[in-house]
Design a protein around this ligand. Structure first.
Ligand code: T3D
Length: 262
């Protein structure tokens, strides 16, 4: 697929995906939705990629749906609403189904679908200047892109409801305090910090990380009985990997393991 609005680069096992429409705060049109989805889906089949880092170009992470596309100011017919929402749904599922870790480096404002795109990632690091806005209510919409799923699970119903109904700006430090994100870094050091985490993840037992992600995904809806059963199945699969053999061997030989991702 040819990419227009998303930049990609692979280094040290990390695929960096950069949303690149800075003049409109990386707001997401259907083209960008498709490119992001393709980037995550193709990362799943590329053994050279063992972690993904998602960020935005310029001063924003992502301002959500491109409102000039959703509601063209010149009065031309907007695209089908359902198609736009289906595009976000497919993107969120591509991130959650990718059995490799995804780190979000939230470099600035993350609003609407942009906020929920970040929250669907496995580890979220935000610049101290960044913020999160459930902006939907401000334009008469309902939180989507997984927001009503992830947000209450991350911050609890009270804070999720307040964010969704008031549409206020939650600064990065408060987001960390609420457990919405993992950590905050000085803006100038964001990519170094988040990239460092992604690079570290890319040296870890990739398949075990993938199984861990699958278990955490399922834990959102499973009973304890079902979750215990799943843990057993995944542990059996993990125990058959080359990385498990290497991990145990390295422990016994009192050295640092070299994981191959297999
Ligand atoms: O069909 C559907 O729509 C369903 C799907 C919905 C999913 C959603 O994401 S709905 C929510 C959409 N997003 C928003 O409502 C957020 C809109 N943006 C803002 O509220 C503000 O821009 C921010 C709070 C994010 C940042 O404010 P500020 O003051 O730092 O920047 P700004 O001046 O508002 O924006 C800078 C430029 O980006 C500006 O363009 P200009 O005037 O310089 O030519 C602005 O129009 C543009 N921009 C910002 N957000 C969007 C956008 N252009 C298109 N779409 C945007 N979402």
């Amino acid at each position: 697929m040819e990419y227009q609005h998303v930049l990609r680069g692979v280094e040290a096992g990390v695929l960096t995906v950069t949303m690149n429409r800075p003049e409109v705060l990386n707001s997401c049109n259907r083209r960008m939705q498709g490119e992001l989805r393709d980037a995550f889906e193709s990362a799943g089949t590329d053994d050279a990629i063992r972690a993904v880092l998602l960020t935005g170009a310029g001063r924003a992470f992502c301002a959500g749906q491109d409102l000039a596309e959703a509601a063209p100011p010149d009065g031309t017919a907007p695209p089908d609403f359902g198609e736009i929402v289906r595009g976000y749904n497919a993107l969120i599922l591509a991130i959650r189904r990718l059995e490799k870790p995804v780190v979000a480096a939230v470099n600035g404002v993350a609003a609407g679908a942009g906020a929920n795109l970040a929250l669907a990632c496995d580890i979220v690091i935000a610049a101290d200047t960044a913020s999160f806005i459930q902006a939907f209510v401000k334009i008469g919409l309902v939180p989507d892109t997984g927001g009503t799923f992830f947000l209450p699970r991350l911050v609890g119903l009270s804070r999720a409801t307040s964010m969704a109904m008031l549409g206020g700006k939650v600064p990065a430090l408060q987001a960390k305090e609420w457990g919405m994100i993992y950590d905050v870094a000085p803006a100038a050091a964001l990519l170094q910090t988040a990239g460092g985490i992604a690079r570290e993840l890319a040296t870890q037992p990739t398949r075990a990380l993938g199984f861990t992600k699958r278990a955490l995904n399922e834990s959102m809806t499973n009973t304890l009985e079902a979750q215990l059963k799943l843990e057993g199945e995944l542990q059996r699969l993990a125990s058959k990997t080359a990385d498990y053999k290497e991990g145990v061997k390295a422990f016994q030989e009192k050295r640092v393991p070299t994981f191959s991702g297999r």
